[in-house]
Write a new protein. Structure first.
Length: 177
């Protein structure tokens, strides 16, 4: 049987193999990249989360805590803005982003949290009732009708990480002018 996980596996792996994604996965991510990533996640969650009191998968409040505790200031990311605009306009993309982003927090984020413990803020990766939340999130994994949108979300994440690298070599700053 095909699932959303199966139909997006290649892009999921591409994100993990990206220089920034790999540094997240192995816990060696720089303070700057982490700040940039937290900012991107905050902007995405601002659109895809429900009321934090009712939505256990919401991470907006925790990301706010992380951003305030970040040892670096996030840099502007044009691709993040493009993705947020798409999410604001499309419920299907919001649902797909919930699958992609929330799944990353619930699954791989637990490994990252342990690897960066004490070095970088990670409140958004702490779940008191993780087992229940995985059960709530899991039906999204079977939504093959969201394949195109989920693949697009993964592609945006790759582009966002690419822009973070461009900032490091100075090209990202030129686009802001």
């Amino acid at each position: 049987m095909t699932s959303l996980f199966d139909t997006t596996r290649d892009l999921h792996h591409a994100c993990e193999e990206h220089l920034v994604g790999g540094a997240m996965a192995d816990g060696t991510i720089s303070k700057q990249w982490w700040a940039d990533w937290l900012s991107t996640l905050y902007q995405i969650h601002r659109v895809i989360d429900g009321d934090p009191e009712l939505d256990g998968l919401s991470r907006l409040q925790e990301l706010d805590v992380d951003l305030k505790a970040s040892p670096a200031d996030p840099r502007y990311n044009y691709v993040t803005r493009e993705l947020v605009k798409k999410l604001e306009e499309s419920e299907r993309h919001r649902t797909a982003a919930r699958y992609v982003i929330t799944g990353a927090h619930l699954m791989g984020g637990q490994v990252t949290r342990k690897r960066i413990a004490g070095r970088l803020p990670s409140a958004h990766l702490h779940y008191g009732n993780r087992k229940n939340l995985v059960a709530e999130w899991s039906p999204l994994r079977e939504r093959v009708d969201l394949t195109d949108e989920a693949r697009e979300i993964f592609q945006y994440l790759l582009w966002i990480m690419d822009e973070m690298l461009l900032h490091d070599i100075g090209e990202g700053q030129e686009r802001q002018s």
